[in-house]
Structure formats: C-alpha cells, structure tokens
Design a binder for this molecule. Structure first.
Ligand SMILES: Nc1ncnc2c1ncn2[C@@H]1O[C@H](COP(=O)(O)OP(=O)(O)OP(=O)(O)O)[C@@H](O)[C@H]1O
Length: 321
C-alpha cells in the first residue's frame, strides 16, 4: 500500500490549546504514519509539547480534534494505553523507585513486553538497575524513561526530546532504537531541537511556530533536495532592497538574524545560479563590505528552520523579480 493509502496512526486537525488567555496551539494540523518517524520541530514555546500532550490524552484540546489509531485520546484512554508509548519531557518517573523495579513493573503491565535484558543492554542501563531514579544522571533518567515508554511494544510512540542531554554514544544508541521501531511498523512521533537529528531520523517533519504548523514534508521536500544556499556574516541592517534587483526571479535574500544573511531560492521553481553568487558578492563590494564566512552549500534543515523562524519574526527579506 502506498503511504497515502495507509490510514494515519496520528491525526491532528485544527488543534487549539489554550492556557488561560495564552494560545499555545493555534489550529495545528498534521498526520503521522505507521512505520515512519515524524519529527515535530519548533523554537521554545512553539507549542510542540502541548500538541504532543493532547495526543497523549494528558491535556484536553480546546478546539479541533486529535485521533490516535483512530480513537480519541481523551475518551478512549483505556483502549489506547497498551498501544501507545509515552516519554515525557521531564521523564515523569517516580524519584524514589529503583530503575530495575520500574522497568519490571512497566513490563508486567503488558501482555507481550520486549525482552528486558536486551532493552537494558541497548540503552546501557545494566549497571544502574538498583539505583533510585533520583540518583540517576540526567542522561540515565532519559534512557530509563525511553525504556519504560517502549517496553510494551507500542504501535505509536510519543517521544518528547528523546535525546536531550545524551552523550554522543547514547544518542547513537537511541537513534538505532528509533530506527528499529520504525522498521517494526511503529509510528514514532518525536520532538527535538536537534535539526541534524531530525534530518537524519525523520521521514516527515512538522515545523511549528507560534502554535501553528508553518511547514511540513519530508526533509528532502523541505530543503528542496539539492538546492544551494549562500550564507555570510556582515554588519547588521544592510539595505537588502538594493540587492533584490540583482537577483534572479524567486531568489530571496534574508537577514535571518542580525548580521547573518542567507541568499537562497524561495520557490521550488527557482534555483540559486552562479550569477546570484556573483551579484551578492558584487553588492558587498559596492558597499565596501567583506562578507565573512561566505559559504555556498546545500541547504540543510537548519537553514530552512532559521529562514522560516526569521520570516515569522518579521525579518527583512527581499526577493528577486
Ligand atoms: N501549563 C501551562 N500553563 C500555562 N502556559 C503554558 C503551560 N504549558 C505551556 N504553556 C505555554 O504555552 C506555550 C507553548 O508551550 P509548549 O511547552 O507547548 O511549547 P514547546 O514548543 O514544547 O516549547 P519547548 O521547546 O520550550 O519545550 C508557551 O508559551 C508556554 O509558556
């Protein structure tokens, strides 16, 4: 079956979540497929955790709808619990319990739990099973929370920043584990601030800003595949209006943050040309400016993220006509 014919494991439609007068999620919509990793990205406060918590049935939406495996998490919690694995951002584990007891307890709640010794070894928790949660390091707690979320062989796994604070070796182990879940048909929905992680792991990326989904697609779709991008540092506040007429149609110049400039295509039909690179450096020369750290590279998810975040924040942008 093609991806479009497989019913989504998670369906968020027009979700609204408010805390008092603060709108945390403002009409967000996206889907997550089985056997795929969906990464929800966004700046601090973009509404990622609120969205995921509505999917987990931990928060009641104020508008829109959420379906997980076709069910409403608020009313079908009992049906969903054995089928959904949840790793909360703060771990959410009882501080006094020993790591091993927690894992045994979690495993005992499921009909067909994962092989515990295997999971413990993958997440390198072997030496810490007799240690109470409060004495575990941040990274160990993180790995334990992941083990608890996955031990029941869930069909859907919600992982809020699963690799935050992990050392590089532990991060690779978690990436492998997530890759294994995907291969086993699990719908993995994760949040992360690590864009290289999203680029490497995610089949589908959902980019949130101010409670809304501002871009979604495969990493390749979002980065425009092999499109080039030109970045450089220069004094902040340069008059980009004088660069616009020199650029080809659909090529945008943006000051993504003060003093950090990006020249790249703004539409899929446009492509950065050698003439655009020449025009940009000539414009710098006209201004008597040396563009520091001038790099012509392939556009990364981080570039896309910064460009969209800058646009949302009202950064200066001009587009060649
Ligand atoms: N319990 C709460 N009470 C009041 N406001 C909240 C609460 N939880 C979140 N918010 C606010 O809602 C907005 C969205 O927060 P949320 O935690 O969903 O964002 P996030 O994208 O997960 O952020 P981060 O990357 O920092 O974890 C923020 O402005 C936050 O301050």
């Amino acid at each position: 079956m093609s991806r479009s014919l497989v019913p989504p494991a998670v369906e968020v439609a027009g979700l609204v979540k408010r805390y008092g007068s603060r709108v945390a999620v403002d009409g967000a919509s996206f889907t997550a497929a089985p056997g795929a990793v969906t990464a929800v990205l966004g700046l601090n406060g973009a509404g990622k955790t609120s969205t995921i918590e509505c999917c987990e049935g931990l928060r009641r939406p104020d508008g829109g709808s959420v379906r997980v495996l076709g069910r409403d998490p608020m009313t079908d919690g009992a049906w969903l619990r054995p089928r959904v694995g949840v790793m909360l951002q703060d771990g959410g584990l009882p501080q006094a319990a020993r790591a091993g007891d927690l894992l045994d307890l979690a495993a005992a709640m499921y009909a067909d739990p994962l092989d515990l010794p295997g999971l413990v070894s993958t997440l390198d928790l072997g030496g810490r099973l007799r240690t109470p949660v409060r004495r575990l390091s941040g990274g160990e707690r993180q790995r334990l929370a992941l083990a608890v979320a996955l031990v029941g062989r869930p069909d859907v796994a919600f992982l809020d920043e699963p690799t935050a604070g992990l050392d590089p070796q532990a991060r690779l182990a978690v990436w492998d584990l997530i890759g294994g879940l995907r291969a086993g048909g699990v719908a993995v929905v994760l949040t992360t601030h690590l864009l290289d992680e999203a680029e490497r792991l995610a089949d589908h990326v959902v980019l949130m800003a101010a409670g809304r989904v501002v871009a979604a697609g495969t990493p390749r779709e979002l980065t425009g595949g092999s499109d080039h991008t030109l970045t450089f540092e220069a004094p902040p506040g340069l008059d980009l209006g004088r660069l616009a007429p020199l650029l080809s149609a659909g090529i945008a110049a943006t000051e993504v943050r003060p003093g950090h400039y990006v020249v790249a295509n703004r539409t899929p039909e446009a492509h950065l040309l050698p003439a655009d690179v020449a025009a940009t450096t000539a414009w710098c020369a006209q201004l008597g400016i040396m563009p520091e750290g001038l790099v012509l590279g392939r556009r990364s998810l981080e570039d896309v993220f910064l460009e969209i975040a800058a646009r949302q924040a009202g950064a200066t942008e001009v587009i060649g006509a």
